[in-house]
Design a protein around this ligand. Structure first.
Ligand SMILES: Cc1cc2nc3c(=O)[nH]c(=O)nc-3n(C[C@H](O)[C@H](O)[C@H](O)COP(=O)(O)OP(=O)(O)OC[C@H]3O[C@@H](n4cnc5c(N)ncnc54)[C@H](O)[C@@H]3O)c2cc1C
Length: 450
């Protein structure tokens, strides 16, 4: 404590961090929300940015703007890189690689997961993942550029390679991307090219399981597979992607047998997740237990054992098989806020209780899966339910209105209006700040949240 008010430091402004900060707005605490991106991203719609339906502005919102009305909440741009639990201090890095420090009384680790390549980080060069706005724009560039490059090539294997899109991972994100690429090729792009037939684009979906979307009820997953087949997605189940290179990928059957090469100039990776580096640092520093993906084991109230001042929420929680979904993160954020209010009143904290409100996955126009308790919907009903849920949780009224308007126009006219992509240039680096290196520069602390 200092100045009589508890200093709450939240790392990450995703679903968990944002809901926690919002809920504490107006309470008798000082909140600092630190995020490496300075905006909240609605990850469930990233694939719609990647495939040209929505703009990045429609699925994200500046945290500063979102929290401006809460005078006790400060938002900062920076990446948490280190923790001194004894001093109750987090070291953060600015985009220019200089560092600063933030003191806390209560720390909330809500930094989420990143894409995992299962130890083959070299794959990332050819196969971007799908976790951030940068990823969505990278995928958009690769998708639309592939069609453009194919248009300039003579018929033959090279052109075929550019018109083949391989996706590793048959979970919701892989399925959504696969469906969208086929839909884009057969509708929006169908009549725009002169040399190629975009409808000929092949989409190959690879997964180690027996069926796509294996977290859904078997009937729904089977229905999804049928819809994908109808769209023209080629599904390769029971295989592991064992190599990714410039010209394509190699897959190996899980059950054994010879590997297969597939030529594809665009490879997208949605196959796995792992904790962001800061979460691993926290676990190391606290001696906390974490699982293979880096999820941190926590007590029933979501605090790290032996540290009732450090909460872990959202995708990073390693307890009771809590799912890596937005609802778990949002409920975790609200739970922490409730614990802190109870602390202020001198009441004991309550354990976290996750309420499973169901899950949904988009497959293609008019087709989505919705599963909530006994309710299982597919087809148009599932699609409408999916749309309603996503609009309800999208941040910002303006984003909701413009997204609905864009969807209606996309349904009516099959167009994709957000197809702009950037290729950079030799004279101006495309990304001046990359978080790539942790340099030695340290400026004096500029901000004291107290
Ligand atoms: C493509 C995709 C589609 C999805 N679709 C669905 C869906 O349909 N339904 C569903 O329920 N869930 C879906 N999810 C999962 C859902 O988005 C996550 O479960 C949820 O975002 C987790 O929330 P979180 O707060 O734990 O982490 P996140 O929302 O990932 O937020 C983490 C935040 O921490 C920041 N951060 C990371 N490291 C640091 C650091 N060191 N310092 C400072 N800031 C940092 C990041 O910038 C980010 O803003 C999807 C996820 C993806 C990637």
């Amino acid at each position: 404590m200092s100045n009589g008010r508890t200093k709450v430091l939240i790392i990450g402004g995703g679903f968990g961090g944002l809901f926690c900060a919002r809920s504490l707005g107006g309470d008798d605490v000082d909140v600092t929300l630190l995020d490496r991106a300075a905006c909240h991203v609605f990850q469930p719609l990233l694939y719609q940015c990647a495939t040209g339906t929505l703009s990045i502005g429609q699925i994200s919102r500046s945290l500063r703007e979102e929290l401006a009305r809460h005078r006790n909440v400060t938002t900062l741009l920076g990446e948490a890189v280190d923790l001194d639990a004894d001093a109750r201090r987090v070291t953060a890095r600015r985009p220019d690689a200089s560092t600063f420090e933030l003191d806390y009384d209560v720390l909330v680790v809500a930094a989420g997961m990143r894409q995992s390549y299962f130890g083959r980080d070299d794959f990332a060069k050819w196969a971007p993942g799908m976790k951030t706005l940068d990823d969505a724009l990278t995928i958009r560039r690769r998708l639309f550029a592939a069609f453009e490059i194919a248009e300039t090539l003579a018929p033959g294997p090279e052109r075929d390679g550019w018109l083949t899109f391989a996706i590793a991972g048959g979970g919701p994100t892989g399925v959504e991307l696969a469906g969208q690429i086929r839909e884009m090729a057969t509708r929006a792009l169908a009549n725009e090219f002169h040399s190629i037939e975009p409808e000929d684009a092949r989409v190959l979906l690879f997964d180690g399981g027996q069926c796509v979307l294996d977290s859904f009820a078997p009937g729904l997953a089977a229905k999804a597979a049928t819809i994908l087949e109808g769209l023209g997605v080629e599904m390769h189940m029971g295989v592991h992607v064992t190599d990714v290179r410039r010209e394509g990928i190699t897959v190996t059957p899980k059950a054994g047998g010879p590997s297969e090469d597939h030529a594809a100039r665009t490879v997208l990776w949605t196959a796995g997740v792992e904790a962001v580096p800061f979460a691993r640092r926290v676990a190391d520093k606290l001696g906390a237990t974490s699982d293979h993906a880096g999820r941190i084991a926590v007590e029933a109230d979501l605090t790290v054992p032996g540290h009732d001042e450090i909460f872990v929420i959202g995708d990073l929680v390693g307890r009771d098989h809590l799912p890596g979904v937005a609802e778990n993160a949002m409920q975790g954020g609200l739970h922490v806020a409730s614990c802190l209010r109870r602390d202020l009143k001198g009441k004991p904290r309550k354990p976290f209780r996750y309420r499973d409100l169901g899950s949904a996955a988009y497959i293609s126009r008019g087709h989505a899966l919705l599963q909530a308790g006994p309710v299982k919907l597919t087809g148009v009903l599932g699609w409408l339910g999916w749309g309603f849920i996503h609009i309800a949780f999208l941040t910002g009224v303006q984003n909701r209105v413009s997204t609905v308007a864009t969807w209606l126009s996309t349904i009516a006219r099959a167009r994709r209006t957000d197809r702009t992509f950037m290729l950079g240039s030799g004279t101006s680096p495309e990304q001046p700040y990359t978080w790539a290196a942790c340099g030695p520069v340290t400026h004096p602390r500029a901000v004291d949240p107290a």
